[in-house]
Design a protein around this ligand. Structure first.
Ligand SMILES: Cc1ncc(COP(=O)(O)O)c(C=O)c1O
Length: 424
């Protein structure tokens, strides 16, 4: 009897994907949802708590990571005529923000073993116009900060900025990301280490930059009242819809409907690569989501411990494949567990019905719907990164990835291993 019930649960329901584990919202728990009932939170408390997590710099929150980057670029007075180097393995909103201040994004190769910037290629991309280098800690794996800092040691006109959107809680030589360069920015969107659905914050690590950043924050607008009014209900509904047992059934449909019929809110800036008009850019973080952020920040240690445990298991399951390499002294936050494989579409076909497998980053500027030239990328200009774009899968690591889910991943891998080519 028990055996039959087990068979039904694992094989029939799993196969019908009712238990699909989503990439989104997996960090949110009941206790976070409960805080929404308390109304708006105190942004100063939010900033103070972030500050303790990121190593003590001055923190100002915005309505998205991209807006935090924009505010930092403005605070640094980076603009027309300037170049900012970024990895050819990022999200389209990053080059958008660079272009929105009038600067030029210059793409550098990533190292396929670390998914982070290749310092040798960054050196080749430096010009007299370079004003910034975006060190992205991809998947939460700390970027090679020592080498990047060495590259600019004789160029005081170049600022190192950490794109720490994936990496809240990661450390390098015991120091938290966010404190490894002059400034940093984080995201708290639906896929990130701490999830407020939309949101992010900027960190300034020098008093002079902190003063400039504060000015940018003071000048920033607020999301329209009609948008803010939708956020708590949207958060609650997304939370409910993305619970694993519900997501692939009615939940996914309801989520789609909510976003289509206007009862939800999502950003449009990444789609048309033009400064959005429906809301101020940058906007400040909506205080209505601050309680939920605080609640999750208090659980960050448990969140990190869970992800690291899950990654140990993934490493074991996929031990015959090449694994992401970490620099000495680096401890990753493991936002996702990345693997390079030869046929990502086939991997997705096998795993996606049970565990939503991410396709980050299948392009130099992920999510860009137009030609990449619109965001300043020339096809063929970063051939190594382009190989990686075509060979990525990344598994979720958040709280919904339980031992049962990992067992399922393991059994699927065992079953299909002979037909699943690994990375070259
Ligand atoms: C590497 C990276 N940087 C920046 C961002 C932007 O974050 P946000 O969506 O909060 O603007 C993302 C979003 O996924 C990202 O993956």
């Amino acid at each position: 009897m028990l055996k039959r019930a087990n068979y039904f649960l694992r094989e029939v329901l799993y196969r019908d994907s009712l238990f699909r584990v989503p990439l989104h919202f997996g960090t949110v728990r009941e206790q976070d949802i409960a805080t929404l009932a308390k109304g708006a939170g105190d942004l100063d408390r939010f900033h103070d708590l972030c500050r303790t997590v990121v190593g003590g710099g001055a923190v100002y929150s915005f309505a998205a990571g991209r807006m935090a980057l924009f505010a930092l670029l403005r605070a640094l007075q980076i603009g027309p005529g300037d170049e900012v180097i970024l990895p050819a393995f990022t999200c389209v909103v990053v080059p958008n923000a660079i272009q929105f201040v009038g600067a030029r994004p210059v793409y550098a190769e990533i190292d396929p073993r670390t998914f982070n910037l290749d310092p040798d290629d960054v050196a080749r991309k430096l010009t007299t116009r370079t004003r910034g280098i975006l060190a992205q800690h991809t998947f939460g794996i700390p970027a090679p900060m020592d080498q990047l800092r060495a590259l600019v040691s004789d160029r005081p006109d170049i600022v190192l900025l950490e794109d720490a959107c994936h990496a809240l809680g990661a450390t390098l030589h015991g120091r938290p990301v966010g404190s490894l360069a002059e400034c940093a920015f984080f995201s708290t969107d639906a896929t990130k280490m701490v999830c407020t659905d939309i949101g992010g914050f900027a960190v300034a690590n020098t008093p002079a930059l902190a003063a400039q950043l504060r000015l940018q924050w003071e000048r920033a607008g607020e999301l329209p009242a009609a948008v803010q009014a939708k956020l708590p209900a949207q958060f609650r509904r997304k939370y409910r819809y993305t619970r694993s047992e519900y997501y692939w059934g009615a939940g996914r449909f309801q989520l789609g409907m909510m976003l289509r019929n206007g009862s939800g809110f999502q950003y449009t800036d990444e789609l048309d690569n033009r400064l959005p008009t429906g809301y101020p850019y940058p906007s400040r973080f909506p205080a209505i989501l601050a309680m939920v952020a605080l609640s999750q920040l208090h659980q960050l240690a448990a969140n990190l411990a869970h992800r690291r445990r899950v990654v140990e298991r993934y490493r074991e399951i996929f031990r015959d494949l090449p694994q992401a390499q970490l620099a000495p002294g680096a401890e990753a936050s493991w936002l996702q567990f990345p693997l390079r494989v030869r046929e990502p579409a086939r991997w997705r076909q096998i795993f996606d019905r049970y565990v939503q497998v991410s396709d980050w980053f299948n392009s130099a500027a992920y999510g860009c719907r137009s030609e990449l030239s619109v965001v300043g990328y020339e096809n063929g200009s970063c051939p190594v990164s382009e190989t990686v774009h075509g060979s990525m899968v990344a598994f979720p690591t958040h709280f919904l990835v339980t031992d049962a889910v990992l067992d399922k991943v393991e059994s699927l891998y065992r079953r299909f291993r002979s037909t699943l080519p690994g990375a070259e």
